[in-house]
Design a protein around this ligand. Structure first.
Ligand SMILES: Cc1cc2nc3c(=O)[nH]c(=O)nc-3n(C[C@H](O)[C@H](O)[C@H](O)COP(=O)(O)OP(=O)(O)OC[C@H]3O[C@@H](n4cnc5c(N)ncnc54)[C@H](O)[C@@H]3O)c2cc1C
Length: 364
C-alpha cells in the first residue's frame, strides 16, 4: 500500500514512523516543502520542545470533547513511553514534559534516526499543489512531479509561523475540493489593546488575569504578563488569545490585571511596594487601579508570531478515525484540523495523538 503524507512536521513524521512500525510492508512517502523535516519542532518550547502535559486535559482545547477523544487514542503517558523508546528520555517540570536534554534537537534527531531505520521516503523541497482521485488512487501534483498513492494524509499544519512553511495554502486547495474550513485566525498570540502601553513596554508583571466577555467572567489565570509597545504578551496572554478566539463578539472583550491580588486597598504612593517602579509610575500618572488594570481587546498579533492558528478543517468533515467523510482513504492529522490548545504541550500532544489515530485506522 502506497501512503502519501503531505507535510513533514510533528504529526507527519510521527505518523510515518507509526505506520512503518505497525506495518513494515507499507510504502510511506512524506512530501515536505522545506529543505528539512520538522523545522517547526526546533522552535517549540523556546527550543526545548514541550511535547506533552501530564496534568488535567479538560478545557485546554477549543473543540475540547473532540480533542480529548482523539488524545485518548494516545494518552500523554503513552507518548512519553513511546518517545523514551526512541531515545527521547523525559524530564517533567510542573507536569510539562520535555526531552531530558532540554533541546528540541534531540526530538528531531531521534525522529530522523527512526524514519531512516524504518525506510520512510522523504521528498524535500517539494511543495504540494493539488490532488485528483481516479481508479489508481490519489494523484498528487507537486512543484516537481506527480505521485500516486492509495491513501493520502494531510498533515500540513495551519497558518501560524508561515516563515517555517505553514502558510495555509493547502487549506485553500482543500476549500476548492469542497471541504468546510473554519475561519482561520492567529492563536497563542500576543494581543493588541486599545490602550497605549508604550510607557511600560518591556516590563513584566506577575498578576491575576481575568478575561471578561461583556460583564461575564469568562476565564481567569495567574501568570506573568509582558507589556509590549501596543499590547500584552507572556504565556498567560497567549492563553487568553485562545479563549478570545472562541468568542463571537470580540468588541466586548476586556482583560483585567490584578497586580497585587490578596493585598486589600493600596494607596497610589504604596504601588512601588508591589510592582516595579516603572509600572508603579505608569499606574500613578494615569490614576489606574493596581487591582483593576483594564484593557480592551483590539486585535491579535500577526500569524508570524502566533504559535498556532485557530480554525482549519471542520471537525464535522471527519470520522472518529479522522478519515474524510467525503473521500475514502483521505485523512487529516495535526493542526490542519480545527483544534488548537493552550500553552503547555497540548498542541504537540494533539499532533501526535491524531497521527496515531490515523495510523491505526489505515492499518485496520
Ligand atoms: C514558536 C512556537 C512554539 C511552539 N511551542 C510549542 C510547545 O512547546 N508545545 C506544543 O505542544 N506546541 C508548541 N507549538 C505548536 C506546535 O508546534 C504545532 O501545533 C505543531 O507543530 C503542529 O504540528 P503539525 O504536524 O500539524 O504541523 P507542523 O509541525 O506545522 O508541520 C506542517 C508541515 O507541513 C509542511 N507544509 C505546509 N504546506 C506544505 C505544502 N504545500 N507542501 C509540502 N509541505 C507543506 C510545512 O512546511 C511543515 O513542515 C509551538 C509553535 C510555535 C510556532
Amino acid at each position: 500500500m502506497r501512503i502519501g503524507i503531505i507535510g513533514g512536521g510533528a504529526s507527519g513524521c510521527y505518523l510515518a514512523i507509526r505506520l512503518k512500525e505497525l506495518k513494515p510492508s507499507f510504502d510511506v512517502t512524506i512530501i515536505e516543502k522545506n529543505d528539512k523535516l520538522m523545522k517547526k519542532i526546533a522552535v517549540t518550547g523556546n527550543g526545548r520542545c514541550n511535547y506533552a502535559n501530564l496534568g488535567d486535559l479538560k478545557g485546554k482545547y477549543n473543540n475540547d470533547e473532540f480533542a480529548n477523544k482523539i488524545i485518548n487514542n494516545l494518552p500523554p503517558k503513552q507518548i512519553v513511553a513511546n518517545f523514551d523508546k526512541y531515545g527521547i528520555h523525559p524530564t517533567t517540570i510542573d507536569n510539562l514534559v520535555y526531552p531530558v536534554s532540554l533541546s528540541a534537537q534531540t526530538v528531531i534527531l531521534m525522529f530522523e534516526k527512526r524514519l531512516q531505520e524504518l525506510g520512510v521516503k522523504s521528498c524535500l523541497n517539494e511543495e504540494f499543489l493539488d490532488y485528483k482521485k481516479d481508479n489508481n488512487g490519489y494523484s498528487v501534483k507537486t512543484n516537481i512531479s506527480t505521485h500516486v498513492f492509495d491513501v493520502l494524509v494531510f498533515t500540513s499544519g495551519g497558518k501560524a509561523y508561515p516563515q517555517l512553511g505553514t502558510d495555509g495554502a493547502v487549506l485553500d486547495v482543500l476549500r476548492q475540493h469542497g471541504y468546510e474550513i473554519e475561519t482561520l485566525s492567529p492563536s497563542l498570540s500576543p494581543i493588541k489593546t486599545k490602550e497605549n502601553t508604550k510607557k511600560v513596554s518591556g516590563q513584566r508583571v506577575k498578576c491575576h488575569v481575568s478575561l471578561f466577555n461583556g460583564c461575564e467572567l469568562y476565564y481567569e489565570e495567574d501568570g506573568e504578563v509582558l507589556f509590549k509597545d501596543d499590547g500584552l504578551s507572556g504565556i498567560v496572554t497567549l492563553n487568553m488569545s485562545t479563549k478570545i478566539n472562541s468568542l463571537e463578539d470580540k468588541n466586548k472583550v476586556k482583560i483585567v490585571l490584578d497586580l497585587a491580588r490578596g493585598y486589600g486597598t493600596i494607596k497610589e504612593d504604596e504601588y512601588p511596594q508591589f510592582v516595579n517602579p516603572k509600572v508603579a509610575t505608569y499606574l500613578k500618572d494615569n490614576h489606574l487601579d493596581i487591582h483593576k488594570l483594564g484593557f480592551s481587546f483590539k486585535a491579535f498579533y500577526d500569524y508570524n508570531v502566533a504559535e498556532v492558528s485557530h480554525g482549519g478543517i471542520s471537525i464535522n468533515e471527519v470520522s472518529d478515525s479522522l478519515e474524510s467523510k467525503k473521500e475514502q482513504k483521505l485523512y487529516f492529522a495535526g493542526e490542519i484540523l480545527d483544534v488548537d490548545g493552550m500553552c503547555g504541550g497540548y498542541n504537540l500532544m494533539f499532533a501526535f495523538a491524531s497521527a496515531e489515530t490515523v495510523a491505526k485506522s489505515i492499518v485496520r
